[in-house]
Ligand binder design. Structure first.
Ligand SMILES: C[S@@+](CC[C@H](N)C(=O)[O-])C[C@H]1O[C@@H](n2cnc3c(N)ncnc32)[C@H](O)[C@@H]1O
Length: 288
């Protein structure tokens, strides 16, 4: 049997070595962005009665909204690479069933374990960030294959280049992203987000659209928002260690690992955070 992966150095890891991918973290993440995330999903164009693939379903945060969109005559298949996340979804469905039947499947976006044309739509949220450029192309190809002609492929991600935590010099974030983008695959995936529509078009999808939804948070933060934002700043701040950034930047980011630090923007009365979420949607060609 293969040795389990050492994930002790990764923040909120899945068993597959992905950061920010454990069920507890994903629940906190969804709770923090719920209104915007529900709005984005409801704007995709999913219809009642459809069979939808949730590709990279995590702890199943989006399943309830998808089930409301497809209604009792629809169906969902929730797929994730991490078996422990699939187990969490199964347990939750056993405890609280949804409006429509839901099947679960452990599997990889890049080689989906489904026949051609099985689904009416594929929804892929916060997951392409883990794929390099070739893997993203392969995953889009796979989603196109398993969605029927005329069906939809929808990808949602946050663009890390829009992360702003005020007060503070925004250029510090840009310098940090620039310093790590070539060596940190997840940062690269999160910087590539505005190109998602281009990837969908290159993948042969039609009627491709891309829209953005801002997420803004300010004081007073809910306790869960404070916890989540503190941890996400800590995640990016740790990336400054060992870079060639100026010493003053590295010292700043080191102090950002501790959300109690007096320098931390969340401790300012006028703390303000914004980021931009992207939704890219395309239609599988009828004559493919
Ligand atoms: C950040 S989580 C997002 C989960 C969920 N979509 C959400 O937004 O709450 C990313 C999920 O993608 C899964 N994942 C990463 N790479 C994958 C791949 N190649 N195939 C399938 N799932 C993958 C991870 O295991 C993790 O559960």
């Amino acid at each position: 049997m293969a040795e389990p992966m050492d994930t002790s150095h990764i923040l909120h890891p899945s068993s597959q070595g992905h950061a920010l991918a454990s069920a507890g973290w994903l629940d906190a993440h969804f709770d923090c962005k719920r209104p915007e995330y529900e709005l984005i999903l409801r704007s995709v164009g999913i219809r009642r009665g459809w069979h939808v693939l949730d590709a990279g379903a995590g702890s199943g945060s989006f399943l309830r909204v998808i089930s409301e969109e497809v209604g009792p005559t629809g169906r969902i298949t929730a797929l994730d690479l991490a078996p422990e996340n699939v187990e969490v979804i199964e347990q939750r469905l056993a405890d609280v069933p949804l409006e429509c039947p839901v099947e679960t499947q452990q599997g990889d976006l890049m080689s989906l374990p489904f026949p051609d044309d099985l689904f009416d739509a594929a929804w892929c949220a916060n997951t392409t960030q883990y794929l390099n450029d070739d893997e993203l192309t392969a995953a889009i190809g796979e989603m196109c294959r398993v969605v029927r002609p005329g069906g939809l492929v929808a990808i949602k991600e946050v663009s890390v280049t829009t992360w702003n935590f005020t007060p503070g010099d925004p250029a510090r974030m840009w310098r940090l992203l620039d310093a790590v983008q070539d060596t940190d695959a997840q940062v690269h995936g999160l910087m590539r987000v505005p190109e998602l529509a281009t990837y969908l078009k290159r993948g042969g999808l039609q009627d491709v659209s891309q829209r953005t939804v801002p997420v803004e948070r300010r004081q007073p933060l809910r306790a869960s928002e404070r916890q989540f934002i503190g941890e996400i700043i800590g995640w990016v701040a740790r990336k400054a260690e060992g870079t060639a950034l100026p010493e003053v930047d590295r010292a700043y980011w080191k102090s950002m690992i501790d959300a109690q630090s007096p320098e931390h923007p969340m401790n300012a009365e006028d703390f303000y955070h914004y980021e931009v979420q992207f939704l890219a949607v395309g239609r599988v060609p009828i004559d493919a």
